[in-house]
Design a protein around this ligand. Structure first.
Ligand code: CA
Length: 223
């Protein structure tokens, strides 16, 4: 797993990153809320461990902003506050699980694995980002109530962009999603599909949603 840890306390942060690495996971550790939000929007993580009391931006605001941008990465909320209201607020804001400090690392790891498994077990049959709706069972895409006529490749590209809405989807990810291999020379092919997809999307709504992130890939960012 690739895990983002947003935690300002050095001891806690250090022990989390060490524990995760020892368990064979990759870990990015940032110490304030603003950086946490930027990291979570900037790349794809399998899970986020988010402290509530943070400098820069409170954990709850980070969580709300992520969910508002359509980022569905599982989030485990950490806090020293054990009050029931905090737990409810955290879960309502879009947290998947909640852990009160102090806790044992194996418990965190077990919960982390559980939220990731749940996220994988329940692939959404329908994905919505703002007024754009994609239905995986009927293969229909609607924007603003208008059905979009997409090719299978365009549909697949839009699916992965919507799954990672707000985040950067790299060309390598697109390539592996579309052809199950990282194919050298795919860049131009992807660009052609992307141009057509952008035109179809923008026909029924204002603003360019699919942004090119120079040197990295693409991101679906509702304007
Ligand atoms: Ca803290």
């Amino acid at each position: 797993m690739n895990v983002l840890v947003v935690e300002d306390e050095p001891l806690m942060g250090k022990s989390l990153s060490r524990g995760l690495s020892e368990a064979g996971h990759q870990c990015v550790w940032v110490k304030d809320g603003q950086r946490g939000l930027e990291e979570a929007l900037g790349q794809c993580f399998d899970a986020i461990i988010l402290d509530l009391l943070l400098p820069g931006m409170p954990g709850l605001s980070v969580l709300k902003k992520l969910r508002a941008r359509g980022v569905r990465t599982p989030v485990i909320v950490l806090t020293a506050l054990g009050a029931v209201e905090d737990r409810v607020t955290g879960l309502r804001a879009g947290g998947d699980d909640y852990l009160v400090k102090p806790f044992e690392f194996p418990e965190l790891l077990a919960r982390l694995e559980a939220v990731c498994r749940r996220a994988l077990d329940r692939p959404a049959a329908k994905i919505s980002v703002s007024d754009l709706h994609l239905d995986l069972s009927t293969r229909r895409v609607e924007r603003h109530g208008h059905e979009l006529d997409l090719t299978p490749t365009e549909f697949s590209i839009l699916e992965i962009l919507m799954r990672h809405s707000g985040q950067v989807v790299t060309r390598k990810m697109l390539c592996e999603h579309l052809w199950e291999v990282d194919w050298e020379g795919a860049t131009n092919v992807i660009e052609v599909h992307m141009t057509r997809l952008r035109k179809k999307l923008d026909r029924h709504g204002a603003g360019a949603w699919i942004q090119t992130v120079r040197g990295r890939g693409y991101a679906l960012r509702p304007t």
